[in-house]
Ligand binder design. Structure first.
Ligand SMILES: C[C@](O)(CO)[C@H](O)COP(=O)(O)OP(=O)(O)OC[C@H]1O[C@@H](n2ccc(N)nc2=O)[C@H](O)[C@@H]1O
Ligand SMILES: Nc1ncnc2c1ncn2[C@@H]1O[C@H](COP(=O)(O)OP(=O)(O)OP(=O)(O)O)[C@@H](O)[C@H]1O
Length: 287
């Protein structure tokens, strides 16, 4: 019987992000193109049959365990079980910056849902797991489903997409950005016309933009400065509500040359865009 697994919890990029309106509940209606990166956190789930309950081996810096999306996801899943479950200890190796627009917390929640569904042998389908995940955050469903996608609604209505699997230089300017602050900012573009995209999306995402970019550049000079630097080598774009920005390159070596030339003090990483989540690739290997 498998008692422990280590699973990837990848980052996502919003290759574009359009805000097309506001719902009556105040949430913004989006159109976005999600792609995963082959870079992210790792989560180890270890069953502890002798000790009931769900616990984190070490807290995530700055996040109370009660608020941690890993714990919240595990508890939401446990509620669905028809019987008593073995306990679990969860350890995370955190690489993704928080408040970076890379969806780290949401990805951690999805990895926990899928990993525990596997270890606890619950047999819950992806539709139900995506619905459970949506209650934890708008980005959780795409991580649960595990395919690059055109997202609508708040990002939960997903149509599989196949953007090119290019290489990215991802930079993390020295600021953390609160998503709620950007969505409530004055002057945010909230009326981008809805686009119609065939389900087999193969269009050039560079024609589209991130509607949060102007507000974020105005409020965060570090983001503006990093974008100006990266733009010298091609289009640079914000992911989510920032703070991370990215530039795309056709090969790893092209991306690494730019990465090596970055000014000192800028953090980030180089990674490849992938249309099947590394989490799902790993789970398929385990089957
Ligand atoms: C920016 C994205 O990462 C793009 O993929 C997501 O839309 C973020 O969605 P999320 O993780 O659910 O965002 P949260 O950090 O929970 O949202 C914080 C706050 O931002 C506002 N918010 C968020 C998402 C959305 N579509 N419209 C909003 O107006 C809401 O006031 C919400 O309470
Ligand atoms: N496991 C977790 N990892 C990271 N953040 C978490 C986690 N659980 C809860 N959070 C909370 O979620 C907030 C957002 O963190 P996250 O890494 O998801 O940011 P993000 O990449 O900007 O997300 P998004 O792209 O969804 O806006 C953090 O500031 C933290 O308070």
């Amino acid at each position: 019987m498998t008692t422990a697994i280590t699973l990837p919890s990848p980052a996502k990029l919003n290759l574009f992000l359009h805000i097309i309106g506001r719902r009556p509940d105040g949430h913004h209606e989006l159109q976005t193109l999600f792609q995963f990166l082959d870079y992210g956190d790792d989560i180890t789930l270890s069953l502890t049959p002798e000790q009931p309950g769900i616990r984190l081996e070490r807290p995530v810096n700055g996040v109370a365990d009660e608020d941690n999306l890993i714990i919240r996801a595990a508890r939401a899943l446990a509620k669905k079980a028809p019987c008593e479950l073995p306990g679990v200890t969860i350890a995370i190796t955190k690489r993704l910056p928080m408040g970076g627009g890379l969806g780290g917390g949401s990805s951690n929640a999805a990895t926990t849902l899928l990993g525990l569904n596997h270890l606890w042998k619950l047999g819950i389908g992806l539709d139900e797991l995506a619905e459970t995940g949506l209650a934890l955050g708008a980005d959780v469903p795409v991580f649960v489903r595990g395919h690059a996608a055109f997202g609508e609604g708040v990002g939960e209505k997903l149509t599989p997409a196949f953007p090119p699997e290019d290489w990215f230089v991802v930079l993390k300017p020295a600021c953390d950005i609160n998503t709620g602050k950007i969505f409530s900012a004055q002057g945010l573009t909230r009326n981008t016309p809805r686009i119609r995209i065939a389900p087999a999306f193969e269009g050039d995402a560079s024609r589209y933009r991130n509607d949060c970019e102007d507000v974020v550049r105005r409020l965060y000079p570090d983001v503006k400065q990093s974008m100006e630097w990266l733009t010298q080598f091609g289009p640079a774009r914000l992911t989510g509500t920032g703070a991370c920005i990215f530039g795309r390159f056709p090969t790893e070596s092209a991306a690494r040359i730019i990465w090596e030339s970055k000014p000192s003090g800028i953090t980030g990483f180089v990674a490849q865009g992938v249309n099947v989540s590394p989490l799902h690739q790993k789970l398929t290997e385990l089957e």
